[in-house]
Design a protein around this ligand. Structure first.
Ligand SMILES: C[S@@+](CC[C@H](N)C(=O)[O-])C[C@H]1O[C@@H](n2cnc3c(N)ncnc32)[C@H](O)[C@@H]1O
Length: 257
């Protein structure tokens, strides 16, 4: 963000939500590994401090890195460090409040904030990030949004905890299912990546078990069969149903509510 906006920016936003504490370099690399960062990724560090995670994403993994930092001197330090590391062309450092940053282009978000700041940020992450994008947090969880993976990493002075999530697609609603020649009705409720609901076919209603989203992929079991597929805004595509009594078969669904 242009420094020219400084006065207005400070009026609207008085200071950082949390002060600068750096993630040890090796722990930062483990965060990026946990998120399986590749050269295809656009990695945002929200509250990027001295820029070390963003620089590591570019230098060690070939990713594009975007740092968002509210402290202007740290933004300057980050830009200089990126020059020194030879990754200035792969990195951008925004002097910005992370709560106003547009996250739609991120494929990976890294954070080292605090429990309460994570909770404040959670709705923005869930609404702006594309399903399948990854989120990794140093030391702090996301309240009742359980992590998909938790990893402990030994740093130079202490043990660090890394939390990892895949942004779940939105499957909640009522779906009309086509399964071979027959039709069924799938009703889903969703809490983050966890689904529950029922499948109604031939006048019988089965409760779903093991129902969840992994990015845009849906999985659930009903009536002794396991369903997998890919959820888009109003359809479930690439569906396969597997059971012990018949060979795998295709299924699909369209959203009706
Ligand atoms: C704990 S440090 C983490 C730094 C870096 N991500 C790391 O892991 O090494 C948190 C950083 O967030 C910045 N910060 C706090 N509130 C912010 C906000 N609302 N917008 C942007 N940056 C913020 C602080 O200035 C600080 O540099």
């Amino acid at each position: 963000m242009a420094l020219a906006g400084c006065a207005d920016f400070r009026t609207r936003y008085p200071g950082p939500d949390i002060l600068f504490v750096a993630t040890p370099e090796q722990v930062g690399v483990e965060m990026l590994r946990l998120a399986s960062v590749t050269s295809q990724d656009v990695v945002f560090d929200l509250g990027s401090g001295d820029g070390r995670l963003v620089i590591a994403a570019a230098r060690e993994f070939g990713a594009r890195g975007i740092g968002v930092e509210i402290d202007a001197p740290l933004v300057q330090t980050s830009r200089e460090a990126a020059q020194t590391a030879g990754v200035a062309n792969w990195t951008t450092f925004l002097w910005q409040d992370l709560f106003v940053t547009d996250l739609h282009s991120a494929t990976v978000v890294a954070i080292y904030l605090r429990d309460d700041v994570n909770l404040k940020l959670r709705p923005k992450l869930l609404s702006e990030l594309t399903p399948g994008s990854r989120l990794v947090s140093h030391d702090f969880g996301m309240g009742d949004w359980t992590a998909d993976r938790v990893q402990r990493v030994q740093g130079p002075t202490r043990l660090h905890t890394l939390y990892f999530w895949v942004i779940p697609g939105r499957a909640e609603g009522v779906w009309q299912v086509r399964l071979g020649a027959s039709e069924a009705r799938l009703t889903l409720t969703q809490r983050y990546q966890t689904l529950s609901g029922t499948l109604r076919a031939n006048g019988r209603e089965e409760g779903l078990t093991d129902a969840r989203m992994a990015g845009e992929r849906i999985t659930f079991a009903a009536g002794g069969q396991t369903f997998t597929g890919r959820v888009t805004a109003d359809a479930i595509e690439e569906g396969t149903v597997r059971g012990s009594l018949a060979p795998p078969a295709p299924w699909s669904a369209r959203r009706v509510q």
